[in-house]
Design a protein around this ligand. Structure first.
Ligand SMILES: [Zn+2]
Length: 169
C-alpha cells in the first residue's frame, strides 16, 4: 500500500514537472546546440578519443522517466496522443532500451519537449545511453548500430545516427 502511494506521489510530481515545462518550452536552437555537442562527443568516441560526459538531463526541455508506463501516461493524459500512437512510440523506444540493456548498458528513458521558431511544440521521446570510454571503438560502433537498428522502423533521428557511424570509420 505504501509503495503504491509513493508511486502515485512520484507520478504526480513528474506530471507537474511536465506541466511546468509546457508553460516554458525551450527554444529549438538550445536543443540543437546540445545535440551538436553530443554528436561531437559521439564522433570522438568512434575514433577512440576521450569524451566528456554529457548528461541527458542537461539537454534543455528533458524529463527523465523511470518507466515506460509513466511515458505512456504522459503521452496519453497530458500530451493527448491516442493509446495506439503511444503504444507504437513505446514499442519503438523499448526496442532501443532492451537492446542497450543486452549490452550491459544502463539506458535512460527521456522525454524531450521544445518549441520551433513558429511556436509549434515538438515531442521527442528517446532512450539515452552511455558507452564507457575505455571500450574499443569497433565494439562501440557495433553496439550503437545494434541499438539504433533495434526497432522495426527507424526514425529520422535513428537514420541520422547511423549516418554518423558511417562517416566516422
Ligand atoms: Zn529510434
Amino acid at each position: 500500500m505504501k509503495e503504491e502511494q509513493n508511486r502515485e506521489i512520484e507520478t504526480a510530481a513528474i506530471f507537474a514537472q511536465v506541466e511546468q515545462l509546457l508553460l516554458n518550452l525551450p527554444a529549438e536552437e538550445e536543443v540543437i546546440e546540445y545535440n551538436r555537442k553530443m554528436e561531437e562527443e559521439n564522433r570522438k568516441q568512434l575514433i577512440g578519443q576521450p569524451t566528456i560526459d554529457l548528461l541527458p538531463e542537461e539537454c534543455p526541455g528533458t524529463i527523465i522517466l523511470d518507466s515506460f508506463e509513466l511515458l505512456q501516461a504522459i503521452l496519453v493524459q497530458i500530451l493527448k496522443f491516442s493509446i495506439k500512437e503511444a503504444e507504437d512510440i513505446i514499442r519503438h523506444e523499448q526496442a532501443h532500451f532492451e537492446t542497450a540493456k543486452k549490452f550491459g548498458l544502463s539506458p535512460i528513458i527521456c522525454l524531450n519537449l521544445w518549441k520551433t521558431p513558429d511556436n509549434q511544440m515538438m515531442i521527442a521521446p528517446n532512450v539515452a545511453f552511455k558507452i564507457p570510454d575505455e571500450m574499443d571503438p569497433q565494439k562501440v560502433r557495433e553496439i550503437v548500430k545494434a541499438i539504433t537498428e533495434a526497432p522495426d522502423e527507424m526514425s529520422d533521428f535513428d537514420k541520422e545516427s547511423l549516418k554518423i557511424l558511417e562517416e566516422n570509420k
